[in-house]
Design a protein around this ligand. Structure first.
Ligand code: KIV
Ligand code: ZN
Length: 531
């Protein structure tokens, strides 16, 4: 393993730490779809899950390892606590990958040692060393994380790191688990590690951090200046609590401010060589895909991928940009793959034109996916004269969303207006194939539809988030609906796109209910097995 990379290694943990975000639970096919896109984006390592955590996680890692973990693809990694059973499961799950990594961890802060692990420092260091050596039996690529490093005693940290590197760790990851440190402190921590761990040149220094104080990205950039060469991040910054450092922000900071960062990597200031392997033109698509599949919306003012990130509202700004973009723009929207909203296709466009444009946009669909998406495209083109790139992206993302189709929405019909009681009729096909129809009155058309659907599905749930976004401008725009609902403290999301927002709302709700229903089924299967 090259422990002196000439560029920054991007380790994506959207499918592991990102998935720990409440309600972000993804099924195996969705994880695979995201993993394929992460490979297109050019991440170096995909942390695909925590193999020991559940059979679903294990299977997802294994499938990703098989499909995406090719010789020229990313390294596929599984998380494992510093325990033999975890490490064994991780090793088994990553086996199909051409390049596999085991990422094992144990906490090192006194708070964690005293209250969580109830172990002494000497016990912890011995476990860390032993488990890294154990993981080496399965793969040469072993990463070790001292959890809560940000609040650990640096002297103890140096000792742990020296011992795990001697035991074979090729990457040592420094997590700011609770998002507590400030940029200068985090930079100093990395500098201290570089200066005080005698064998540090035998490992890559990585960083991992949470955004509780909104400092994760700033901390990472300071870490890079002080010697970190691997960044652990997630798409849209999703993750535990306030999330993780956002991949798109890190990559674009390193891209836009390359001249500033070049010297820290020993390069001439004006070197044009990219600092990461990321294809920045894939950033926007990846962000949309992750948001659609997890149901976690991107705030409009979010850096890089928010809807307003490239919008200029003030007259002074608009005037400046029209005269010269450089007045108010530090990066080009196209550099993250936001295409100009070109009109590309219409209802007379054929399959070939459709496929070609999708390829140009970076989508490689299977024949079945292409056929499904083409049918949707034709339906929408019948209602909407001009199909833009953004519409195409909405159609494809919607088609490849993998909510299990247990209940199928066959019909939705509403009647509403200023002097009418909003009433909805729905027909659903049940998982057993029976067609059931019901109707309800609500406070508005969407409420009526949801009540009618609930009468058929009959699973208690509480709607906690409902959002409609227009994909493009215009009266015939496609509306994208994202919803999240709660059942016994678990959150399930649903997403759908349609020119009719009532249909999109109904479909998004059915998608979320299907996820909930599938989860209930696995729970009852588990109960039967253990009974
Ligand atoms: O936040 C954290 O400390 C982690 C570790 C498991 C790396 O996610
Ligand atoms: Zn974390």
């Amino acid at each position: 393993m090259n422990t002196k990379p000439e560029r920054i290694i991007i380790f994506d943990t959207t499918l592991r730490d990102g998935e720990q975000c409440p309600g972000a639970t993804l099924n195996i096919d969705e994880k695979l779809t995201i993993a394929k896109q992460l490979a297109r984006l050019g991440v170096d390592i995909i942390e695909a899950g925590f193999a020991f955590a559940s059979p679903g996680d294990f299977e997802a890692i294994s499938k990703i390892a098989q499909t995406v973990g090719t010789e020229d693809g990313p390294v596929i990694c599984s998380l494992a606590r510093a325990r033999k059973e975890d490490i064994k499961a991780a090793a088994e799950a990553i086996k199909p990958a051409a390049k596999g990594r085991i990422h094992t961890f144990i906490a090192t802060s006194d708070i964690h040692l005293k209250y969580k692990l109830k172990k002494t420092r000497q016990e912890v260091v011995a476990i860390a060393e032993e488990m890294v050596a154990y993981a080496k039996n399965f793969t040469s690529d072993v990463e070790f994380s001292p959890e809560d490093a940000g609040r650990s005693d640096p002297e103890f940290l140096y000792e742990v790191l020296e011992r795990v590197i001697s035991a074979g760790a090729t990457t040592v990851n420094i997590p700011d688990t609770v998002g507590y440190t400030t940029p200068s402190e985090f930079g100093a921590l990395i500098k201290g590690i570089k200066e005080n761990v005698p064998n540090i040149d035998k490992a890559i220094i990585s960083v991992h951090g949470h955004n509780d104080l909104g400092l994760a990205v700033a901390n990472f950039l300071e870490a890079v200046k002080n010697g970190a060469r691997q960044l652990e991040c997630t798409i849209n910054g999703i993750g535990e609590r306030a999330g993780n450092a956002a991949l798109e922000e890190l990559v674009m900071a390193l891209h836009v401010r390359r001249q500033y960062f070049n010297p820290f990597l020993g390069r001439p200031v004006d070197s044009e060589e990219p600092l990461t392997n990321i294809d920045t033109k894939q950033i926007y698509r990846t962000s949309r895909l992750v948001s659609n599949l997890t149901g976690i919306l991107v705030q409009p003012n979010k850096a890089i991928v928010g809807a307003n990130a490239f919008a200029h509202e003030s007259g002074i700004h608009q005037d400046g940009v029209l005269k010269n973009k450089l007045t108010y723009e530090i990066m080009d929207a196209q550099s993250i793959g936001l295409t100009e909203n070109q009109i590309v296709l219409g209802k007379h466009s054929g399959r070939n034109a459709f496929r070609t444009r999708l390829r140009e946009l970076g989508y490689e669909l299977t024949e079945t996916e292409l056929n499904q998406a083409f049918i949707r495209f034709k339906e929408i083109a019948d209602k909407k004269k001009e199909i833009t790139d953004w519409d195409l992206q909405a159609i494809v993302n919607d088609e490849i969303q993998q909510a299990p189709e247990l209940f199928k929405l066959e019909l939705v019909q509403v009647s509403c207006g200023s002097n009418a009681k909003p009433t909805a009729t729905v027909t659903l096909r049940t998982p057993e194939g029976e067609e059931l129809m019901d109707a309800a009155i609500g406070t508005g058309p969407v409420d009526a539809v949801y009540k009618a659907i609930n009468r058929v599905v009959n699973v208690p749930n509480q709607l906690i988030e409902f959002s409609v976004q227009s994909v493009t401008a215009g009266i015939d725009a496609i509306g994208e609906v994202t919803i999240r609902l709660k059942h016994e403290n678990r959150v399930f999301s649903g997403h759908a796109a349609n020119t009719d927002i009532i249909v999109a709302s109904a479909q998004a709700y059915v998608n979320a209910l299907n996820r909930l229903y599938a989860w209930l089924q696995t729970q009852s299967q588990r109960k039967q097995v253990t009974a």
